[in-house]
Ligand binder design. Structure first.
Ligand code: PLP
Length: 394
């Protein structure tokens, strides 16, 4: 018996749901790349990216996934042999560090705990000990999609300042930009990067990078630069240079539409929507968790992301639950990855997602828990509905 026929729910932490308007904006003939509407579109996307990153710095658009954004941030600011400090909090921070090592950087991991946010005091202590300033950059992920944590970027900046350290501060906002507050300039972030396919509601294939004055100054003497990622080349006058080749036209048309959707809603309203939907998911999980069959991966409520929730499942087979949700309800969840591979599931609630999508997803999971005879607290969906109701009635 299946109830799956109907609109599929893609509730994974990326790629995320693409609005019909974005898909329609892409369905059009190719255009000239040297003159006309595309040139203007590049300018206004670069400008609106500054609004979203909250920076007066320079912005760049790459035909790449998020890993390309990582490579851009590293190669444009650092030199072979430079030491970088990676703040571990999940699979993605480590992955960025692995890339840095392959590029010839000297990578040190500040040990973390996959169930907690990065410890700002440990960062400060490590930087205090680095008296000769060997560490050239600190790499951190705002939301780590593997653990479900949100790191306090402003607080980490304060730790760097308290140590009086001069390292560049590089931040991955791939699973957070557009979903949770991010203040590149106010928080003293030197390079921020993101991808199109998570909070920004666009098909995969675009990465966005923002750099402030300090990062652009470091760029002058960085020796890891390569032509494709090179900021200097991309800051040239020719439209062609802005993409180091043919622009990814159709993705840009789609992205423009997605930006319009986001800006029409308003960044603050989007953050609030993500917060309430994230809270609703956590309310439900906490009810289900009563008998210990499942639990939140991140231990502290304040460190749980509003864009993705990672649930550990000591008392059930997560693959069976995910299979039920997909085959019976057409709701696609994601497995856990990295150190906690196979030990739970992830619910993506970022980007183009609203209350009925989240309530429906929670309903499918609650059906699955009952169908698989997993001991769990009843009424998780009700707790989510109650929470959203009181929030919208305020
Ligand atoms: C998805 C994700 C990435 C990787 O992005 P790709 O587009 O797959 O290269 C990196 N960091 C975070 C936090 C992510 O969520």
């Amino acid at each position: 018996m299946t109830l799956a026929t109907g609109r599929p729910f893609l509730m994974i932490p990326g790629p995320t749901n693409v609005p019909e308007e974005v898909l329609r904006a892409m369905h059009r003939p190719a255009v000239d790349i040297y003159v006309g509407p595309l040139v203007e579109l590049t300018d206004n996307c670069l400008r609106d990216l500054k609004t979203i990153f909250r920076t007066q710095g320079k912005t760049f658009i790459y035909a790449s996934n998020g890993h390309g954004g990582w490579e851009s941030a590293l190669t444009n600011t650092l030199s072979r042999g430079d030491k970088v400090l990676v703040l571990d909090s999940g699979r993605f921070a480590r992955g960025w560090g692995e890339m840095a090592a392959v590029l010839g950087l000297d990578v040190e991991i500040l040990p973390g705990d996959w169930r907690k946010a990065v410890d700002a005091e440990a960062l400060q202590a490590r930087l205090d000990a680095d008296r000769d300033g060997a560490i050239k950059a600190v790499l951190v992920v705002q939301v780590d999609t593997a653990s479900g944590v949100i790191n306090d970027i402003a607080r980490l900046r304060k730790a760097i300042d308290a140590a009086g350290h001069n390292a560049l501060f590089l931040v991955d906002t791939i699973a957070s930009l557009g979903c949770v507050p991010f203040e590149m300039d106010a928080w003293g972030v030197d390079v921020a990067l993101t991808g199109a396919q998570k909070g920004l509601m666009t098909p995969p294939g675009l990465a966005f990078v923002a750099a402030n004055e300090k990062a652009l100054a470091a760029h002058e003497h960085a020796d890891l630069k390569t032509q494709y990622w090179d900021w200097t080349f991309r800051l040239g006058e020719e439209h062609y240079q802005k993409y180091c080749g043919t622009p990814p036209e159709h993705l840009l048309f789609g992205f423009r539409e997605a930006l319009d959707i986001l800006m029409k809603e308003g960044l603050d309203a989007s953050h609030r929507r993500h917060r309430l939907l994230g809270e609703a998911v956590r309310k439900a999980v906490n009810v289900w968790a009563k008998d210990g069959a499942l639990e939140m991966n991140i231990l502290e409520e304040a460190e749980r992301s509003n864009s993705v929730t990672v649930v550990l499942t000591p008392g059930l087979d997560p693959a069976a639950l995910m299979r039920f949700c997909e085959e019976t309800c057409n709701v696609k969840l994601s497995g856990t990855i990295g150190e906690i591979n196979g030990l739970g599931f992830r619910i993506g609630h970022m980007g183009y997602v609203n209350a009925p999508m989240v309530i429906g997803t929670l309903g499918a999971i609650e059906m699955g828990l009952a169908a698989l005879k997993v001991p769990h607290g009843r009424g998780g969906v009700q707790a989510a509905v109650d929470h959203l109701t009181s929030a919208v009635s305020e």
